[in-house]
Design a protein around this ligand. Sequence first.
Ligand SMILES: [Zn+2]
Length: 149
Amino acid sequence: MPDRRANPAGGYVLLLHLEHAERIQVGRLGAFDFPPAHYLYFGSALGGLASRIQRHQSTQKRLHWHIDYLTATARVEQAWWAAGRERWECLWAQTALEVPGISLPAAGFGSSDCRCPSHLVQAPSFRAALSLRCRLPGNPKIWRPEDAD
Ligand SMILES: [Zn+2]
């Protein structure tokens, strides 16, 4: 059971849905053509998952991280999380990129501070995106709003 009173540090995955093809300028990384698809973004929030996930779900925010440029257009459908200070986001991104059908839509996205090719992957289908959760190390759980209470 998660500690419901806490804002635990940990890694998180955003399951994003982009309904229409969009050309998106991702800060200084460049402009990329994103096809309509489900995407998974891998991040970490050492200052607390609850506040970070809430921020990603908000449409009113200053564009700071690469992911902010995508969440300005794509909808966050689910968030998954695992507590701890491991570099979950790198482990998960590398695991995901080895799964057949998973592709890399924007090289360098979210991975300026590590050696991963990207912290954003594109799933071939919604089902494929969902089924990735049980393949990720650390058994990430689905984030529920009450986890932030
Ligand atoms: Zn990484």
